[in-house]
Ligand binder design. Structure first.
Ligand code: SAM
Length: 286
């Protein structure tokens, strides 16, 4: 387990992933009934942007850094405001020192009745995450293989919620593991919303992944990809992808509003762009 998210926290992929995360959780808040978020690969929760790791890449500066400085129209501003409010709340003196990871972002959005289960396998990372939420009865941090949560931990007792799957993609076979995990999880919790992150590095692998998702027969699978450049000759993170199964009915339109602006702000070159489409819509069940 060599992957360290501290090098990448707040980069373009985090920005897109975390905006989608806030939109889904805000939708869950529309009903009083409690929900649970399960974050299977949670990370350390809070990242030091002035630390050695972030300083080596400065990726956050072309991610959240650009977004904070960007001028966007009112519709886009409304949709990204909850995310930016959380980022700003973590940096109360106005200087960007910390970036909130997914469990901390979710924590900002929990009401009293809602819960977060955060899994992290790396022992030191799990320890750091536990420290953040020590004594917090709404959050349970477990040092455990996140893939296991897609079995025994489902369905959550609230019977409503979001499963975020954000693996590091440092070992081969991660795309297959996501598809296999989704099939297993969907059998146990077919009404849940699943948000599955993936890197757009190897286009051939991504095409295989999308075909495999289609072949699961699971309905209501939305795909979004945001590219910051055209395809690189050498494998490189050219884009960020997210699959959302059972998305809130509002999400497609929200992303159609937000993605053109994000693509402009976060792009590294002219060939940037985005994709937003249904891998399977509600009606085309197999
Ligand atoms: N979701 C986090 C966020 O958005 O702030 C970032 C997570 S980072 C991309 C992936 C994390 O998964 C790393 O912290 C890594 O230690 C952890 N990890 C790797 N393999 C895991 C596993 N099998 N189960 C749980 N966590 C794992």
């Amino acid at each position: 387990m060599n992957y360290r998210h501290a090098y990448h926290a707040g980069n373009f992929a985090d920005v897109v992933k975390h905006i989608i995360l806030t939109r889904i959780v805000l939708y869950l808040q529309r009903k009083d009934q409690a929900f649970r978020v399960i974050d299977t690969h949670a990370g350390i929760g809070r990242y030091d942007l002035q630390g050695v790791e972030a300083g080596k890449t400065n990726e956050w500066q072309s991610g959240v850094g650009r977004l904070l400085d960007a001028k966007v129209d009112a519709k886009v501003a409304d949709l990204i405001q909850p995310y930016l409010d959380i980022v700003r709340a973590e940096n109360p003196d106005g200087e960007m020192r910390q970036y909130p990871g997914s469990p901390l972002i979710v924590r900002h959005l929990l009401r009293r009745q809602d819960r977060l289960s955060a899994l992290e396998l790396h022992p030191e990372d799990a320890e750091l995450l536990s420290e953040i939420f020590e004594g917090d009865i709404q959050v349970r941090v477990t040092k455990l293989d996140g893939w296991l949560a897609l079995g025994a931990h489902l369905p959550p007792k609230e019977k409503r919620g979001l499963i975020l799957v954000d693996p590091p993609f440092e070992v081969a076979g991660e795309f297959d593991r996501i598809v296999e995990g989704l099939v297993r999880a969907h059998k146990r919790f077919s009404g849940g919303t699943f948000a599955l992150w993936y890197p757009v590095k190897d286009r051939h692998e991504v095409r295989r992944f999308i075909a495999a998702l289609h072949d699961t027969g699971i309905p209501k699978i939305l795909r979004t990809e945001l590219m910051i450049r055209g395809a690189s000759a050498e494998p490189r993170l050219d884009g960020t992808g997210m699959i959302i199964v059972n998305p809130p009915f509002t999400l497609h339109d929200e992303l159609r509003t937000v993605l053109p602006a994000l693509s402009k702000i976060l792009s590294a070159e002219q060939k940037a762009g985005f994709t937003l489409d249904w891998i399977r819509a509600e009606q085309d069940r197999t």
